[in-house]
Each structure stands twice: as C-alpha cells, then as structure tokens.
Design a protein around this ligand. Structure first.
Ligand code: SAM
Length: 176
C-alpha cells in the first residue's frame, strides 16, 4: 500500500484491561499506513474488531494473535527487517527518523505495562516520542506520521465497502 512494509508488534497486552487500547493501536496503525499487527497474547475479541473494520473500510490489514514476541522479532530480522521499539527512554524521534526512513521493512514494537529489559537490546532502534510518558497510540501515530512525512493522508484503501466524503459540516458517507 505504501511501498514500505511496516508491521506493529504489541507486547504486554492484558485481555482483561487492554482490549480497547490494543484495538486502537491496530486501527491507528491501519489508518496511518501499517500493514498489520502481531499481538503477543491471545485475544480473539481484538482480532475480530480489527478484521471487521478492515473488511468495511478497505485495504489489507492483518491482525494475528497468539504471537510469541521473541520469535516474531527473530523471524523479522532474519527476513531482513529492522525493529523499532517505541519507548520514552530512547533517542528522540526527530534525531533518528532520517536513519530509519530508508528501511523498507520495519517492525514497530509498542508495550502496555512494563516492557522486559531485553527488548531494549533486541531493538535496532529505541525511539522516544518525547521523553515524557504518554501512550502507545499517540507514540505510534507520531512515529508513522514522521516516517511517511504526511503522505499517509493520501494512502489508498482499495475494496472498501464504505468511505467518507469529507465535508465542512455534517457527516457524509458513501456505500460502495
Ligand atoms: N511504563 C512502561 C515502561 O516503562 O515500560 C510503559 C507504559 S506506556 C503506557 C505503554 C507504551 O507506550 C510503551 O511501552 C511505549 O511503547 C509507549 N510510549 C509511552 N510513552 C512513550 C514515549 N514518550 N515515547 C515512545 N513511546 C512511548
């Protein structure tokens, strides 16, 4: 869809409390140009919600649960990809994005609660979206916007069943 292959790896998900945030991580990634999300937990509810949106709103976006995160990272690297871990302890986004942008295959890791210390060593890039604590959704959105330099606003979503007709006032949609 974007020329690059960018997938998300969500770790630390707790089904009893993170369903909504994890679903929003996937939807944010999808809207802003990622090709899918690996979920390092079992949660069919998240998978179904994300699949339902992708089916109606078009484009190709996979959502896979029950992923073993270390294996996912190992396989990604073996396939020539780079791993970006979003963490407030990393190098600030504007200072590193030009080094990351040329990579054609990126796995973007976001945590939920405390991320295992091992993750910092496994990542090719530990990237901070400011050095202040906030959220996996906002950090992912800003990372993808910097990565794509605003071009994500015109990414296509083929085979959609519905689309929005942008309007200054009111809500206009079109069934396709
Ligand atoms: N306190 C946890 C820790 O130290 O590992 C992180 C909790 S935070 C709510 C959840 C996730 O949001 C983090 O794992 C990270 O991926 C992302 N995040 C939060 N603030 C961030 C920041 N300033 N820069 C980059 N990512 C951030």
């Amino acid at each position: 869809m974007t020329g690059k292959e960018v997938a998300i790896l969500r770790i630390g998900h707790r089904p009893e409390r993170d369903q909504r945030v994890t679903t929003h991580v996937a939807l944010t990634g999808r809207a802003l140009g990622a090709s899918g999300m690996y979920l390092a937990a079992s949660d069919k509810g998240v998978v179904e919600s994300v699949d339902d949106v992708a089916d109606r709103w078009g484009g190709k976006f996979f959502c896979e649960d029950n992923v073993k995160w270390r294996v996912c990272i190992r396989d990604w690297k073996a396939a020539g990809g780079k791993v970006v871990h979003l963490t407030m302890y990393g190098i600030n986004l504007p200072d590193i994005i030009s080094e990351i942008r040329p990579c054609e295959k990126l796995l973007v890791v976001v945590g939920a609660e405390k991320v295992p210390g091992e993750m910092y060593g496994l990542a090719d890039y530990n990237v901070a979206v400011t050095g202040q604590p906030h959220s996996e959704i906002s950090s992912l959105a800003l990372f993808l916007d910097h990565l794509y330099e605003g071009t994500e606003f015109s990414h296509p979503f083929p085979d959609a069943k519905i689309r929005i007709v942008p309007s200054k006032a009111g809500k206009q949609t079109e069934e396709l």
